[in-house]
Design a protein around this ligand. Structure first.
Ligand SMILES: Nc1nc2c(c(=O)[nH]1)N[C@H]1C(S)=C(S)[C@@H](COP(=O)(O)O)O[C@H]1N2
Ligand SMILES: [Mo]
Length: 313
């Protein structure tokens, strides 16, 4: 059940707006408590799993303690299944995951539709332990399995006109109850610049904690871009398009003053409604400082040289 304390700050804004537009769309339990959210909520002092083990991509994994499996799989944002942190775990297991296809189209020489199992045969998943930082100022350390997006892009051969990559989530309101509401515009869409998409850190994840992804984490295929805020990590992907122009993105469409296209983690650029200087690692009690590019500056800062960094965040 959705309680006021577990509704996301990202969604509270939408919920209020949505409520004004159509009071019958959603339950209204959270309307009264916008102020209470920054109290310590969620994972609390739950047990930690063991340290992360070595990975496939040399030097790309962190050896920080992993966030507990229970937290990674019950404290989620996935608005297709509700606005509460526990809603995806409660509802997403009903999503039909097979057959599942991913179509790659647009500015490519070899358009192609992949069956999900064909994709994992072509690109055997490897283990990558990444930090994840949500724009709501909480973070996790997650042991993913996945393959580098660049491998898929190289296979379909982007044309010289391709500058961006756009991603789309499945639309299936019969199984995704949130899509019967207008809390966001569906499908959920995201995008990267081509060089970001080609970066070895950028993953298409098929699993975590050595098992296939659960519905709440974006099964069967979701994007992971660890130096960007979590909302860039679009779930349950069915279409990937290579484009000449920058594609629209869901959170930028919903609240252009709050979320940009790049969404690189930057402790010095506050969200309009809260500070990004520190974060709460789920499972920890004390907050910790947030690092530029979520601690991946050495690997990715060079992608943004010459750019106004405020624009890149
Ligand atoms: N399709 C879709 N993808 C999504 C979202 C969503 O609501 N729908 N939420 C995003 C947000 S805000 C975050 S923080 C991450 C959360 O990923 P996790 O629940 O696996 O930790 O998923 C992102 N991907
Ligand atoms: Mo998020």
């Amino acid at each position: 059940m959705t309680t006021p304390d577990d509704v996301t700050p990202e969604a509270l804004y939408l919920r209020r707006r949505d409520f004004i537009r159509n009071a019958s769309l959603m339950t209204v339990t959270a309307l009264t408590t916008a102020g209470g959210l920054w109290a310590v909520t969620g994972g609390g002092a739950r047990a930690r799993a063991a340290k992360g083990s070595a990975d496939g991509g040399a030097g790309l994994s962190t050896d920080e303690p992993l966030t507990a499996f229970d937290d990674v799989t019950t404290y989620n944002n996935y608005y297709e299944f509700g606005l509460g942190k526990g809603d995806p775990a409660e509802h997403a297991h009903t999503l039909t995951l097979r057959p599942w296809t991913v179509t790659v189209t647009g500015e490519v020489k070899a358009e192609r539709t992949f069956d999900l199992d064909e994709l994992t045969r072509l690109f055997p998943p490897e283990r990558r332990v990444y930090r994840m930082r949500c724009v709501e100022a909480w973070s996790m350390v997650i042991p993913w399995q996945g393959f580098e997006l660049r491998k898929l892009l190289e296979l379909v051969e982007p044309t010289s006109r391709a500058k961006y990559v756009a991603f789309e989530t499945l639309v299936r309101p019969s199984e995704m109850p949130g899509q019967k509401t207008s809390v966001l515009a569906w499908p959920y869409v995201e995008g990267l610049r081509l060089d970001e998409a080609m970066h070895p850190l950028t993953l298409l994840a098929t699993g975590l904690y050595d098992q296939p992804l659960l519905g709440q984490n974006g099964a069967p295929l979701r994007l992971v871009v660890p130096w960007k805020y979590g909302f860039k990590g679009i779930k349950s992907i069915v279409r990937i398009r290579l484009l000449e122009n920058q594609p629209p993105t869901t959170w930028n469409l919903a609240a252009p003053g709050e979320y940009g296209f790049f969404a690189n983690v930057n402790p010095e650029v506050d969200h309009p409604r809260w500070s990004q200087a520190t974060e709460r690692r789920i499972g920890d009690f004390m907050r910790r400082p947030t690092l530029p590019f979520n601690g991946y500056a050495d690997q990715v800062a060079s992608l943004y040289t010459g750019m106004n960094l405020k624009e890149a965040f």
